[in-house]
Design a protein around this ligand. Structure first.
Ligand code: HEC
Ligand code: HEC
Length: 269
């Protein structure tokens, strides 16, 4: 006992204790941290980034620049995020084929794995919105009545009353939204492709996006009720007004001709 307390006062005692303490914390950390898993994840991620870089060099760099900085033929992709890439590539808009007022959607050129690799590479160039999780755009989680209101105030001016789409200026158009997948509706709101405004979470929270998705799913389902009996294509007041005018006035004309013919007959007899 005497020996130990004598050593305690030794000038190197503090150092020895410190080394022991450090070794113990290090050992405990190594034993309990999920380092193996994290390393595997990063390795997988860097492979995706590398593969994406190769695909990008072949398919995209001619317009978007070798490092995504943009050229005269295409905008910079630094900071657009994985969500924008997933939307543009999965809907076939990118790679763009013909220069024109708008990149149309067409059958996708890349498969899901390649799309994810392109997205991983472009996301590595700068921070941007990531691809949403299924829970974020599940129509079952949305309130379709509220979604209808939000759609009429935010989207109907371009996409029409039930999302049939419509023309914009300079040969551009807002596409028909029937048959667009929930994930892509979510990503379009998040990233604002081309002439469409962006609706980031600060402006339109996740729940409101889900409400809109729920409403679009409800109006486009084949079981959607048609409360007027006859939808007239769902184009809203213009087509409904036109129908009322032509059909309504037509009936009035027929009625007055009939009345006229009958009064003439009645006078003769
Ligand atoms: C022929 C030229 C061309 C090619 C090839 C091309 N793009 Fe584009 N890309 C464009 C143009 C032009 C735009 C802008 C469209 C607009 O805003 O009207 C664009 C827009 C985008 C956007 C949207 C950016 C944003 O701000 O939201 C993404 C993402 C994108 N491209 C990714 C790709 C990827 C990935 C590839 C390769 C698979 C690719 N592009 C190939 C011309 C091209
Ligand atoms: C200023 C007009 C404008 C407004 C407002 C607008 N959009 Fe768009 N939207 C567009 C245009 C233009 C495109 C086509 C972009 C393209 O082709 O890349 C588009 C594309 C889309 C697409 C992609 C469709 C497809 O075929 O893949 C979806 C989904 C969409 N919009 C949903 C919405 C929703 C939901 C709102 C309201 C929150 C909204 N938009 C508001 C103009 C608009």
């Amino acid at each position: 006992m005497k020996k130990l307390s004598a050593r305690r006062r030794h000038p190197l005692a503090a150092l020895v204790v410190l080394i022991f303490a450090l070794a113990a914390t290090g050992g405990l950390y190594a034993a309990f941290s999920p380092a193996g898993e994290a390393q595997a994840d990063t390795a997988e991620h860097s492979i995706a980034v590398e593969e994406g870089m190769k695909l990008y060099a072949v398919g995209c760099s001619s317009c978007h620049g070798t490092g995504g900085q943009g050229t005269e033929a295409g905008p910079s992709l630094v900071g657009v995020g994985a969500a924008a890439v997933d939307f543009q590539v999965a809907t076939g808009r990118m790679p763009m084929q013909n220069p024109g007022p708008q990149a149309p959607n067409k059958p996708a050129v890349y498969n899901d794995a390649e799309t994810a690799q392109l997205a991983a590479y472009i996301a590595s160039l700068g921070p941007g919105p990531s691809v949403p999780e299924p829970g974020q755009y599940d129509p079952a989680e949305g309130n379709s009545a509220r979604g209808g209101e939000l759609f009429r105030t935010n989207c109907a001016q371009c996409h029409n009353f039930t999302g049939q789409g419509g023309p914009l200026t300079h040969g551009k158009y807002a596409p028909n939204l029937h048959d667009v997948e929930p994930k892509q509706i979510y990503q379009a709101m998040l990233t604002g492709p081309q002439n469409m405004p962006e609706y980031p979470d600060g402006i339109m929270p996740e729940q409101e996006k889900r409400d809109i998705i729920a409403w679009l799913a409800a109006v486009n389902s084949s079981e959607a009720p048609n409360h007027g009996g006859f939808s007239l294509g769902g184009y809203g007041p213009v087509s409904e007004g036109l129908f009322a005018w032509t059909f309504g006035i037509g009936v009035l004309i027929v009625a007055s001709v009939w009345v006229g013919a009958h009064t003439a007959k009645a006078r003769k007899s």
